[in-house]
Design a protein. Structure first.
Length: 119
């Protein structure tokens, strides 16, 4: 995933900064839009973004999706990898693109629906 430099929501400047700017506590680096505060975290000790820049609505939707999906594969005795393989087939996406951090609201809802139907 490419490092964001321009915000996909507002076109503002995106900087790599400390998460304490947002959380008041340091959870590592984030890419942050200096205009609208959309942000995304990075993989630990790297500058690789975890997904696409997200505003607050999308961030909470991705969080909800993770809770549902992580519970689903654990409840079904799948490994994390098996869970994502299963999800990629259900979503009709390549395994490599199956990351909640890349998903928009609609994709997140699809994941939730798929998990609920399969449960
Ligand atoms: Zn922005």
């Amino acid at each position: 995933m490419k490092k964001p430099t321009i915000c996909r929501y507002c076109g503002g400047k995106v900087i790599l900064t400390d998460s304490s700017q947002i959380y008041g506590k340091d959870y590592g680096k984030i890419f942050l839009c200096t205009t609208c505060n959309a942000f995304v975290g990075v993989h630990k000790k790297t500058e690789k973004p975890l997904g696409t820049l997200a505003n607050s609505i999308l961030r909470s939707k991705r969080k909800e999706t993770h809770q549902v999906f992580d519970k689903f594969w654990k409840d079904n005795n799948m490994s994390r990898t098996e869970g994502y393989k299963w999800l990629s087939e259900k979503m009709g996406l390549p395994y490599k693109s199956t990351h909640i951090g890349y998903f928009e609201i609609e994709d997140c809802q699809k994941v939730i629906d798929i998990c609920e139907q399969a449960a």
